[in-house]
Design a protein around this ligand. Structure first.
Ligand code: NDP
Length: 606
C-alpha cells in the first residue's frame, strides 16, 4: 500500500510555539560548552574506558613498512578496507582500539541496543554479503555480527591490529611516509593513512560536581557492566538490579533504549533529564520473507536513495516513500501538499518554509502522543520536547514512555541546575535533597563536536614541516573534497568533513572509502609517493562550503545545546560544512573529477 501523509494536529499557534522554543532554548544555555564534560586521565573512571569485553592478548610490537594504515575498525574502517581491496590494494591494516571489528557496535552493548533508522538502508553491503536483517530496526548484536561477516568475507582479519591505540602520526618527508606509533610499541611506516575513527567513538562523562567522590558503582553506557547488572548483551535480563537503586544521566538515543530495561528490572530507577528528546512510535516487524523474494539487484542503493530524498533532499514528483516512518514524515507531508498543487516550481526558500511549518505540526504530534501514553500529567509535561525536528536526533521507541507509568520509575528534571546538581558519597542531589543510589549510569554521549584530539584520541599529528593538524584546523576544516588537506600529504579524512552529506551515514562513509581507494590505487599505479592539495584548490573548495556554514549557523541559533552544535560553544556543527547543492551533485562532481584522470588540484611527488 502506498505510504500516506500523516494527520498532524491542525490547532497549533506557530508564533507561540516559536517563542516557546526560544524560551526553552535560552534556559538550556549555560555557557559551559564542552567544559561541562569530564575526561578522566587516570583513576577508576579512566580505566573503565578500556575494553571490558575482551582480554588484551599480548603481542610483539611491529616494525614494518606498509602501504596503508586504516585507523579504525568500525563501519568506516571496514568499508575503507573493502574499497581498497576492490581497487586492488592489499598491503593495508586496520588498526583498532577495540578487541574486534564493529566500532560503536562493538563498544555499545547496553540493553535494548538497536539501529534507529531502518536496517535495510543502514547496514551496508547487504546485496554483496547476501544478508538480510531479521527486522526493520536490527539489534546491536546482529549489526556487530554483520561487521564481522564483512570483515571475514573480505579477508580483513588477517592483518587487523586490535586493542591498539594510535598515539602519534608524524610525516617523514625524507621517506615520504607516515610514522605511526601506538600504545603497543609498534613502529609502522605507512605510505598512506586513512582516518576512519568514526564520529561517535569516544565516551564522555558528565562533569557533575562530586562524581569522583561517589562510592557506588558507575559506568558509561558504552561500557555496560553486565557483571553488575546481570544479563548479557545477547540476553539483557538485568536480574542483579532487583535490589538496586539506579540513576541514569541523559535522555538521548542511548538512554531511551536502555531505560525500559532498567525500569523493568531495577528496584528503583531515577531518570535524570535535562532536555527531553522527541520519541515517536517504533513498529519493528520481522522481515517479511515474501518481500525479500521480490528484491531485485540494486534494491539497497535504490532504497538508500529514496531514504535520502525522504530524510533530506525532498521527494521527487510522484516518488513513493519506501521508508514511511518519522524520518521521512516532514518531506512526505510536504510532497503531498505539492502534489495537490500539481508540483509547482518552488524556490529553495519556499520549500524550506513549507518544511518549517510541517515541522511544527509533526513536533506537536510527538508531544500529544506523550499525553496519550503517560498517565501522570506532570511527568507527561516534563517529557515534552520543545524544539524543531532536527535540533536533536529524532528517536523512536514503543517502550520508553510507558516506563514512566511504573511505580518504581521517577523522572527528575535537572534543567534548572543545567544538569545533575551534585553527587555525594551515597547518591545524587536534586532540588536540595539527597537521593541514595547504588548505581549511576552515564548515558552522556560521545566526543562528537569537541576538539579533534579528544575525538580521535591521538596525541600528535604532525604533517609536512612538522605542522600540527590540530593547529592547522583550529579555526575550521581545510580540505579538498573533504578527503585531503594541504600540508598533510597522503592523509585521508572521512566523516562529516567538507564533503557530501548523505542520509545513510554508513553508505556515505562507504562512498568516501571508494574515493579514497581511487586516490590510493592511482597513486600506487602511477608511482606517486606523496599527494596533497594545492593551496588554491583547497581555498576554492573551502569557499564552496561557506553557504552550508551559514545554513548550519541558522540551525545552531535555533536549537538547544547538544553534540550537534558543539553544545552551543564555539561554532562547530556536527555535520561540519558540506556541499549544499546536495549529495547527488557532490557525487557527480567527484565522478567527473575521477573520470578526467587528471588528479586536478593535487600536487604529486614521485
Ligand atoms: P547524546 O549525546 O545524544 O545524549 C547525552 C545525554 O546526556 C543528553 O540527554 C544530555 O542532556 C545528557 N547529559 C549530559 N550531561 C549531563 C548532565 N551533566 N546532567 C544531565 N544530563 C546530562 O548521547 P547518546 O549516547 O544518547 O547518543 C549519541 C548518538 O549516538 C545518537 O544521537 C546517535 O547518533 C548515536 N546512537 C545511535 C543509536 C542507534 O542507531 N541505535 C543508539 C544510540 C546512540 P542534554 O540533551 O540536555 O544535553
Amino acid at each position: 500500500m502506498k505510504c500516506q501523509p500523516t494527520h498532524t494536529p491542525e490547532d497549533i499557534d506557530i508564533p507561540a510555539l516559536r517563542e516557546k522554543y526560544r524560551v526553552e532554548r535560552e534556559k538550556r544555555l549555560n555557557g559551559e560548552g564542552q567544559k561541562q564534560y569530564f575526561r578522566p586521565r587516570s583513576g577508576a573512571l579512566a580505566e573503565q574506558m578500556g575494553d571490558p569485553y575482551k582480554p588484551v592478548v599480548p603481542r610483539e610490537p611491529l616494525n614494518e613498512d606498509l602501504d596503508v594504515a586504516i585507523l579504525g575498525g568500525g563501519f568506516t574502517g571496514i568499508l575503507s578496507a573493502v574499497q581498497l581491496k576492490k581497487a586492488g590494494v592489499t598491503n593495508f591494516r586496520n588498526i583498532e582500539y577495540a578487541g574486534d571489528f564493529g566500532g560503536v557496535w562493538y563498544w555499545n552493548r547496553y540493553p535494548g541496543i538497536q539501529c534507529d533508522n531502518e536496517s535495510y538502508c543502514y547496514m551496508p553491503l547487504l546485496e554483496e554479503t547476501g544478508f538480510v536483517p531479521s527486522k526493520r530496526f536490527a539489534d546491536g548484536t546482529e549489526i556487530q555480527a554483520h561487521c564481522v561477516r564483512i570483515a571475514k568475507q573480505f579477508g580483513l582479519y588477517d592483518r587487523a591490529l586490535f586493542h591498539t591505540q594510535v598515539r602519534a602520526l608524524r610525516w617523514d618527508d625524507a621517506i615520504q611516509r607516515w610514522h605511526v606509533t601506538t600504545d603497543r610499541g609498534d613502529s609502522i611506516r605507512a605510505r598512506f593513512v586513512v582516518m576512519a575513527g568514526g564520529p561517535l567513538n569516544r565516551p564522555k562523562l558528565p562533569g557533575i560536581p562530586g562524581l569522583q567522590s561517589f562510592r557506588g558503582h558507575v559506568f558509561h553506557s558504552a561500557r555496560w557492566d553486565y557483571d553488575y547488572t546481570g544479563g548479557s548483551w545477547e540476553n539483557p535480563v538485568l536480574d542483579k538490579l532487583a535490589d538496586k537503586r539506579v540513576a541514569i544521566v541523559g535522555t538521548g538515543a542511548t538512554a531511551i533504549q536502555a531505560v525500559p530495561y532498567l525500569g523493568k528490572y531495577a528496584k528503583q530507577l531515577y531518570v535524570l533529564q535535562r532536555t527531553p528528546p522527541s520519541v515517536d512510535a517504533r513498529p519493528n516487524p520481522p522481515t517479511d520473507p515474501e518481500w525479500v523474494k521480490t528484491l531485485q539487484p540494486g534494491w539497497q542503493k535504490q532504497r538508500q536513495e529514496n531514504f535520502h530524498h525522504g530524510a533530506m533532499e525532498g521527494f521527487r514528483p510522484d516518488e513513493p516513500d519506501m521508508i514511511c516512518d518519522f524520518w521521512t514524515e516532514i518531506n512526505r507531508n510536504v510532497a503531498a501538499k505539492l502534489a495537490a498543487q500539481g508540483w509547482p516550481e518552488v524556490t529553495p526558500e519556499a520549500l524550506m518554509g513549507m518544511r518549517e511549518i510541517e515541522d511544527y505540526h509533526v513536533m506537536e504530534r510527538f508531544r500529544r502522543r506523550i499525553d496519550e501514553i503517560v498517565e501522570d500529567k506532570a511527568t507527561a509535561d516534563l517529557l515534552k520536547p520543545w524544539f524543531r525536528f532536527h535540533c536533536k536526533r529524532p528517536l523512536s521507541s514503543d517502550t520508553y514512555y510507558p516506563t514512566f507509568n511504573r511505580p518504581n520509575v521517577k523522572l527528575l528534571d535537572v534543567s534548572a541546575t543545567k544538569g545533575v546538581e551534585a553527587l555525594t558519597a551515597d547518591g545524587f542531589v536534586h532540588d536540595g535533597k539527597e537521593y541514595p543510589i547504588d548505581l549511576l549510569i552515564c548515558a552522556s554521549g560521545f566526543e562528537v563536536t569537541s576538539d579533534l584530539d579528544l575525538r580521535w584520541g591521538i596525541d600528535e599529528i604532525s604533517g609536512r614541516d612538522g605542522a600540527s593538524l590540530y593547529d592547522a584546523w583550529a579555526d575550521g576544516y581545510k580540505t579538498l573534497h573533504g578527503v585531503v588537506g594541504r600540508g598533510f600529504p597522503n592523509q585521508f579524512f572521512t566523516g562529516y568533513i567538507q564533503g557530501g552529506l548523505y542520509a545513510t551515514t554508513v553508505e556515505q562513509f562507504n562512498r568516501q572509502g571508494y574515493h579514497i581507494a581511487y586516490l590510493i590505487s592511482e597513486a600506487l599505479k602511477r608511482g606517486i609517493t606523496a599527494l596533497e592539495p594545492t593551496q588554491e584548490a583547497q581555498d576554492a573548495w573551502v569557499a564552496t562550503m561557506a553557504p552550508s556554514t551559514e545554513f548550519a549557523k541558522y540551525l545552531q541559533s535555533e536549537c538547544p545545546p547538544s553534540y550537534l552544535n558543539n553544545e552551543s560553544g564555539k561554532f562547530r556543527y556536527y555535520l561540519g560544512e558540506f556541499y549544499l547543492a546536495g549529495f547527488t551533485a557532490f557525487e557527480q562532481l567527484l565522478r567527473e573529477w575521477r573520470d578526467s584522470g587528471k588528479l586536478e588540484g593535487l600536487v604529486v611527488r614521485k
